[in-house]
Design a protein around this ligand. Sequence first.
Ligand code: DC
Length: 228
Amino acid sequence: MPLNAVIAVDGPAGAGKSTVSQRLAERLGGVRLDTGAIYRAVALVALEGDISWEDGASLGRVAGELDLRFLPKEGGQRVQLGDRDITAEIRTPEVTRGASQVSKHAPVRAALLSLQRGLGAQGLVVAEGRDMGTAVFPDAPVKFFLTASAEVRAHRRWEELREAGAEQPFVKVLTDQRQRDRDDSQREESPLRQAPDAVEVDSTGLDIDQVVDHMAQTVREALNVGTT
Ligand code: DC
């Protein structure tokens, strides 16, 4: 594997980006960059500081001052804000809704650009988000757009919540997700869009291993490296 390369993985909520990106990074000997966690951290700080979701300038300042680190842990990552572990807190429904709100502001996206690019320059990085291939890493040598049907995505999210002890009715999960899909793809700033040079991977009906196998193979062919 080349020492420095970004593999961009974009797609809508619930397409399986997190699990797939983590596994792909492990398979390729690289690290995963979870950019959704960065927007979630901005939302958490804003919630705690009573900053309005409409106050783009203040949210941009929060984003610019974010002291965020990702530390490896068994099978995943720990998200650290200063010396505080926020891994679980950024997954609550409230922060999830907030992350979608803060992400529509240009000052927030601008402030996070250099943070993301810095974190992307640490060897082989599988960067997952909504605008990796289109805005943050437009020169990434390999780009994926991961999709799945709306029902399959909502079902995965429903299961995730149930396992975390925060069960919600399936219809509510599906409705919330549709709203987020609309917000993410219709906002003016870096809307969710497939980069023209991205490889589309539809994970409906595939298990994670099949998806990761396919993506790892695509990376190796694109970067022209061996199959081990
Ligand atoms: O991937 P996620 O669900 O953790 O992302 C949380 C929110 O952040 C989501 O509503 C979209 C936004 N986001 C974004 O706008 N751009 C990114 N690169 C990553 C996430």
